[in-house]
Design a protein around this ligand. Structure first.
Ligand SMILES: Cc1ncc(COP(=O)(O)O)c(C=O)c1O
Length: 476
C-alpha cells in the first residue's frame, strides 16, 4: 500500500488499508497483475486506474481486450504494426519457416530467409547500405551500430575515436549503451553511463534552442554538431546519431538542408553518421525510409519495429560498403555476437511484411492518409492547450502546453506523462476507445492501413477528450 504522500504525487486520493481496487478483474487479468511486468507501467495505473488491458485479438487498426472492449490503435502498438493487425499470411509464412528450419547458429552460419531478407533490404535502402547485421530489437540494433562504428574507427587507425554525439530529447533504447545516448536517461537509477557521450540541440521549429525560426534554426542545430566535434576533439569522436524525424522529440520535421549539412560536417571530420530509422522506417513517414526525403545516405542505419510490423522480434543495422570493406580488407571479425541475430522465423515474418508493404503501396498510403490526418489535427489549434501540430506521413503530433503565449509545457520529455492533466487526457481517450501516447505531445501514428473513417473517429475522440480535460482543469 502506498503512503498518502506518494499517492498525492501520483494524483490519487488518500486510501485506507481496506480500500478496494478500481474494478473486478477477470482471472486472466488477475494473473497479469500478479505475474507480468508490463514494461513502463506503474502498479497503481494498472490496478486502480483501470489501465490494465490484456489484449486478445487485433484486426487492421482495431484491438480487442479480454473484457471484450474494442479500441482504435492510434500508436500502431508502439510505432510497430505498420501493416496492421491480424495478417494471417504473415503467420502462415512464419509457420512454414518454423516447420522447415527455425534456428541455426548466428555465430557460424546463416539461413535462407536471412539471405533473402538481406537481398530484399539491399534493394530498398539508400546508397551503398548493402550489408545487414541482424538482431532482435531496436536497442540491440543501436548497440550494434555503435560497436561497428567504434571498431571501424579503431581499424582505420583511430582507436581514440570512441565518443558519440547524440541529440537532446533523443531516444535510442533501454539497454546500457542505447540508454547512454538517450537524453531522458535516469541518472538517479542508472548513472554513471557509458563514457564519452554528449548531447547537442535537435531541430525544433516550435521552441528552437537559438530562438531562430524555420530552416535557419535547423541549420544552427547542425552547426552545433560541428562545434561539439571541435570541442571534443575530432580525433576522439566516432559517430553522430539521430532519428531523421525524432519522435521522442515530438516529431519536428527538419529541413533536408539540416541532414545534408550534418552529413557534410561528419565527412569533414571523419565522423560516422548513424541514422536511427527504428520508428521512421518502413513507410511510417510516407516513404520506405525517411532518409530518402532528406537526400542523405548515412554510414549506418538502424531499423526494427516496422521491419516485421511486430509479428516477430527482428531488427537490423544497414552498413555501408565502405565500412564493411574494412572488415574484408583486414580480415577481422566484428567483436559482437547476438544469439538470435537473423533467426529464420523472424526473417520470414519480415520478408512477408515487406512484401505486403510493397504490394499494398503502404508507404504511399502513409503519405496520403498522413496529409489527411494532419489537416484534421490542424483544426484542433483553437484548443487552449494545443500549442502546435506537426508531422510527416502517419507520424503526427499535437504539442500540449499550459499557456500558448509562453509555450509552458506540462513537463519535459516522458516526464510530462505524469502531469495530472496529461494523465486525465489519456484516460478520457482510452475510455472512448482510442489508444495512444501523450508525453509533451499527443502522438497519432496508426497502422498505415488506417481508413479515413478511422482517422475521423480518432480526431473526434481527441477533440472531445481535449474539451473535457480542458474544462475539468480550468483551461476552458
Ligand atoms: C528511435 C528509437 N530507437 C531505438 C529504439 C529501441 O528499440 P527497442 O525498444 O526495440 O529496443 C526505440 C524504441 O522505441 C526508438 O524509438
Amino acid at each position: 500500500m502506498l503512503n498518502d504522500t506518494v499517492r498525492q504525487q501520483q494524483g490519487l486520493g488518500a486510501m485506507d488499508d481496506t480500500a478496494t481496487m478500481a474494478r473486478e478483474f477477470s482471472p486472466v487479468e488477475r494473473q497479469a497483475l500478479d505475474h507480468v511486468w508490463i514494461h513502463s507501467a506503474r502498479w497503481l495505473d494498472l490496478a486502480e486506474r483501470d489501465g490494465l488491458r490484456v489484449m486478445v485479438r487485433g484486426e487492421g487498426c482495431r484491438l480487442f481486450d479480454a473484457q471484450g472492449r474494442s479500441y482504435l490503435d492510434g500508436l500502431s502498438g508502439l510505432y510497430v504494426v505498420n501493416v496492421g493487425h491480424g495478417r494471417a499470411e504473415i503467420g502462415e509464412a512464419m509457420a512454414k519457416q518454423a516447420r522447415e528450419l527455425a534456428y541455426v547458429s548466428a555465430a557460424s552460419y546463416t539461413n535462407l530467409a536471412a539471405v533473402q531478407l538481406g537481398d530484399v533490404l539491399a534493394g530498398l535502402t539508400p546508397g551503398d547500405l548493402n550489408r545487414f547485421f541482424f538482431c532482435s530489437g531496436g536497442s540491440e540494433a543501436i548497440e550494434s551500430a555503435m560497436k561497428i562504428a567504434k571498431q571501424v574507427q579503431a581499424m582505420r587507425g583511430y582507436p581514440k575515436r570512441y565518443k558519440i554525439i547524440a541529440r537532446r530529447g533523443g531516444y535510442h533504447g533501454a539497454t546500457f549503451g542505447a540508454m547512454s545516448i538517450t537524453s531522458s536517461r535516469s541518472e538517479k537509477f542508472f548513472g554513471p553511463f557509458m563514457y564519452g557521450v554528449s548531447f547537442v540541440p535537435s531541430p525544433n521549429r516550435y521552441r528552437n534552442d537559438f530562438g531562430v525560426e524555420g530552416e535557419a534554426g535547423d541549420l544552427l542545430c547542425a552547426e552545433a554538431i560541428e562545434q561539439e566535434i571541435l570541442a571534443q576533439g575530432p580525433d576522439t569522436v566516432a559517430a553522430v546519431i539521430g532519428e531523421p524525424v525524432s519522435v521522442s522529440n515530438s516529431n519536428h520535421v527538419p529541413s533536408p538542408r539540416y541532414w545534408q549539412r550534418v552529413r557534410e560536417i561528419c565527412d569533414t571530420h571523419g565522423v560516422l553518421l548513424i541514422m536511427d530509422e527504428v520508428i521512421n522506417g518502413f513507410g511510417r513517414t510516407g516513404t520506405m525510409f525517411a532518409t530518402e526525403q532528406f537526400g542523405v545516405v548515412p554510414d549506418l542505419m538502424t531499423m526494427a519495429k516496422g521491419l516485421s510490423s511486430g509479428y516477430a522480434p527482428i531488427a537490423a543495422v544497414a552498413v555501408g560498403e565502405a565500412l564493411f570493406d574494412e572488415f574484408k580488407k583486414q580480415d577481422v571479425a566484428l567483436a559482437h555476437l547476438l544469439t538470435f541475430g537473423g533467426q529464420a522465423v523472424s526473417c520470414a515474418a519480415a520478408l512477408k511484411n515487406i512484401e505486403i508493404l510493397q504490394r499494398e503501396e503502404l508507404p504511399q498510403r502513409s503519405a496520403q492518409q498522413g496529409k489527411y490526418l494532419l489537416g484534421l489535427l490542424q483544426e484542433l489549434r483553437p484548443h487552449p492547450t494545443v500549442g502546435d501540430v506537426r508531422g510527416l506521413g502517419l507520424m503526427c503530433a499535437v504539442e500540449l502546453v499550459k499557456d500558448k503565449a509562453t509555450k509552458e509545457p506540462f513537463g519535459f520529455g516522458p516526464g510530462a506523462a505524469s502531469h495530472p492533466y496529461i494523465r486525465r487526457l489519456l484516460e478520457l481517450m482510452e475510455e472512448r476507445g482510442l489508444l495512444t501516447r501523450v508525453f509533451m505531445a499527443l502522438q497519432l501514428c496508426p497502422p498505415l492501413v488506417v481508413s479515413k473513417d478511422e482517422i475521423d473517429q480518432m480526431v473526434t475522440t481527441v477533440d472531445e477528450s481535449l474539451s473535457l480535460a480542458e474544462r475539468e482543469f480550468g483551461f476552458a
